[in-house]
Design a protein around this ligand. Sequence first.
Ligand SMILES: Nc1ncnc2c1ncn2[C@@H]1O[C@H](COP(=O)(O)OP(=O)(O)OP(=O)(O)O)[C@@H](O)[C@H]1O
Length: 256
Amino acid sequence: MERTKEKITVIAQAEYPVAEIGNITKKVRGRTLLKNVSFTVESGEICGLLGPNGAGKTTLIRALTGLIRPDSGDIIIGGCSVVREREAAVTNVGAIVESPIFFPYMTGRENLENLALLHPNLPDRAARKRRVNEVLEVVRMDKRADEKIKTYSLGMKQRLGIAQALLGDPELLILDEPANGLDPIGIRELRELILKLKTEFGKTILVSSHLLDELQKICDRIVVIREGELVFAGSRNEMIGDHQSLEDAFVEMMTR
Ligand SMILES: Nc1ncnc2c1ncn2[C@@H]1O[C@H](COP(=O)(O)OP(=O)(O)OP(=O)(O)O)[C@@H](O)[C@H]1O
């Protein structure tokens, strides 16, 4: 009997998208930043969000994290509406939006323990300490956790940012331009971490970047927006089609 129940839960999880963006429009001072954007992010996938400068990627990510409210349409994350049940919906999301901000004179661990106070599912000190240890290990920052942030490289800060995003064990992890400013070693470490989060921890990840080679290496699906409108949503291989690379396909799509 118990086994049947477990099975049903697993099937149900796999059947529904982790995030459903349904026809969202956002206007600011008469200007349309997002226009009827719809797509889904499926469970366990890495979805790349692409678009030229000013396309609306960060605006879309701000809507997904509940920082701004769409004028129309809805976003459902983990079954909860960001518009109608904002708090419940955003507990299903962990995000780094551009470079994460930490207190430089505190250690990585102290910063995370502070941020863990914001999570309702980490009610006591022992639970917070345990979770902070876990996420530090996942991002391979456990050995440097007791050093001050001001001694960290950008790559280490980005990994700590991902650790912060994982604190609440979210269904959906959103990374806005996480590779910005990283050197090739930092980019490789970040790529390995993102892939590990998918394969070992089953995370669903939405990642925006202008580094199309990187997205080609890690993404299962691609969503492209331009001037606030969706121009493509499909598998990475569908997007590449007959082109040599994702970059070629993207440039062709943008100049068509
Ligand atoms: N609060 C705001 N008020 C007015 N315009 C805004 C506001 N926020 C963003 N914009 C404009 O909306 C457009 C989309 O911005 P957004 O930051 O979402 O683009 P992006 O795709 O993330 O760009 P980039 O790749 O350069 O980071 C830009 O033209 C930007 O100037």
